[in-house]
Design a protein around this ligand. Sequence first.
Ligand code: PLP
Length: 440
Amino acid sequence: MARIMVPNDLDAHWMPFTANRQFKANPRLLVGAKGMYYTSHDGREVLDGCAGLWCVNAGHGRDRISEAVARQISEMDYSPSFQMGHPKAFELATRLVELAPAGIDHVFYCNSGSEAVDTALKMALAYHRIRGDASRTRLIGRERGYHGVGFGGISVGGIVSNRKHFGTMLGGVDHLRHTHDLDRNAFSWGQPEHGAELADDLERLVALHDASTIAAVIVEPIAGSTGVLIPPKGYLQRLREICDRHGILLIFDEVICGFGRTGRNFGADSFGVTPDMMTTAKGITNGAVPMGAVFAKKEIYDAFMTGPEHLIEFFHGYTYSGHPLACAAALATLDIYAEEKLFDRAAAMADYFGKAAHALRDLPNVIDIRNYGMVAAVELSSRAGEPTKRAYEVFVRAYEQGVLLRYTGDIIAISPPLIINEGEIDRLFEVLSEAIKTVA
Ligand code: PLP
């Protein structure tokens, strides 16, 4: 039976990253979630095609996670995170570094992807300073990068709308060119063939600024929020080599790629490149409790562990760093990932999923389809003078037909929970296909 559960007054809630007036005129509320499905406010089942916001990798309503969180809140709701600790924070850190590529063996907690990015950037700056290399203050991001919404993240990020309203942001930042090249790579399966040489753009920035001024480069292994931009073959390897040549730290923003999305633990594993730091969030708790974590190599941690032992080595942290509820949720989440072998499942399902995505190639207005692991994108041509409208209409149409997707610009992104089965993949792409045809 249809349930209508829209609050009478939607006005007070200023919604994030939402066209508030458009939304409030025609609200889409979610009121329940189990497995692969949400329940909408009007009582419909909605297949989750985007794992919430790329975070619910093990599917919704996992009892193991909710029970762990419930146990933790009654046992100890909160403990201070400065100069004090609690056992689960340490246990979780050990479990997390077991998942990380060899050599990355320390974890610093925060509460979101944005905080993870700002933390990693600060860590990079402080690392060089501590080692007596204080002129390395420049941070390099990439066009079309998304690194959250903190001032550090928007400064190294490369999304115009994220930057244009907010003044001068961080100084001393520059950007690599992005790797999206439909002329050469449209409809690639997996990693595109062309574009490894775009990593050489870092040499251009080194020539311009001098390596002695550059602290770190941050990129997403797969750029998610700007439309699923998959790294060309060899690109990340080349970036790694150039960073090594010039003593520049390489940070992978794994907020979307981490925890199985690419079919391995991290994008770093899938692409065979180990960064110096990784930023993570989202899938770390299956989205159930906010949490972020920065992973760092031993050399970085060790560099801080010098100087007088009674002094704080890294002057940074959050009231909720390693919150007990987040740690309990993350431990339960890692158990589920391991026991259900969900990352292997993602790898095994990737072929079926990718083929279902590429089957949409001849639909109207489709100018590219790309896929890697359990993430795919369908790029649509923009209507003249109305960028993003076509994708928005596809998103709304699919939602009305019972599938939740994400869109960014005129790109539809698909990144379902890793528990999705073949029948659900079929349904997801049938609805998307019908929506693309209907909207035209
Ligand atoms: N970094 C990347 C790569 C992301 O995709 C996101 C969010 O989508 C963030 C950072 C920001 O994460 P949060 O929204 O948790 O601050």
